[in-house]
Write a protein that binds this ligand. Structure first.
Ligand code: SF4
Ligand code: SF4
Length: 228
């Protein structure tokens, strides 16, 4: 189980600035149970974006956005609607957003923050990973998580030590920031690298105190008692 929360609407609208149209994608897995990206939230988001003057070319809720094969098959009947949009707004966890950004050659914006549940972070077959930082940065990094793709979890650019595209600390691993640069370049988004992000709030990387007593937290942490 991965817990995600909706980002404030103003933040989402900021991501969509300069764009006229958008396709909305939701997830019937963890995001649906989190109340952040199921059919109801997708319909609500469509209404809000249209009220804000955006054209919503289409919507789709797919069972598990963290599975790229399901993303591709789920969008088969929506190709024209996706093509007609300037971007895709993805309403799910950081893993699902990354999977969509990898599976579809389109600018993808995150509509949710993934928050720490202290547990296993689910089981999924793809290579995408999320540290549940509670302040998803994927809009600025082409849908590649800087915390997990970069060995040092740098969020403000490359360390400069990469050698032939490989990380200076893990030569068997691609440099996460080179991947981010290449993705942004391919999608015409290199200006994103000019955005000065706030420093990461490390308090958000831990489970919140009020969450520790919940059944949801206990289900993810086997030493905890599950309350009825
Ligand atoms: S930036 Fe990375 S760690 Fe943070 S929520 Fe997004 S995918 Fe997860
Ligand atoms: S070489 Fe790339 S992946 Fe490795 S620590 Fe530096 S920026 Fe991160």
């Amino acid at each position: 189980m991965i817990l995600s929360e909706p980002k404030p609407l103003e933040e989402v609208l900021g991501y969509l600035e300069g764009e006229k149209s958008v396709f909305i994608l939701g997830c019937n897995g963890c995001a649906q149970s989190s109340g952040s990206g199921g059919p109801e939230q997708v319909a609500e988001m469509k209404t809000k974006l249209e009220a804000a003057g955006k054209k919503v070319t289409g919507t789709k809720v797919i069972d598990f956005l963290c599975e790229k094969a399901l993303v591709k098959s789920g969008l088969r009947g929506k190709v024209n609607e996706v093509k007609a949009a300037d971007s895709i707004l993805v309403m799910t966890c950081g893993i699902g957003i990354q999977a969509v950004a990898a599976a579809v050659n389109k600018v993808c914006h995150p509509a949710c923050n993934t928050v720490n549940l202290g547990g296993s972070r689910g089981e999924w077959p793809g290579s995408e990973r999320c540290y549940e930082c509670g302040q998803c940065l994927l809009d600025y990094t082409g849908g590649i998580c800087p915390l997990t793709a970069c060995t040092k979890s740098l969020v403000s650019g490359a360390c400069g030590g990469a050698n032939n595209g490989k990380c200076e600390l893990s030569p068997d691993k691609d440099c996460g920031w080179e991947l981010i640069y290449n993705r942004l370049k391919a999608r015409g988004q290199l200006d994103k690298l000019k955005v000065a992000l706030d420093p990461l709030d490390h308090n958000k990387l831990a489970a919140r105190p009020e969450m520790l007593a919940t059944s949801r937290y206990a289900l993810e942490n086997h030493d905890q008692e599950v309350k009825a």
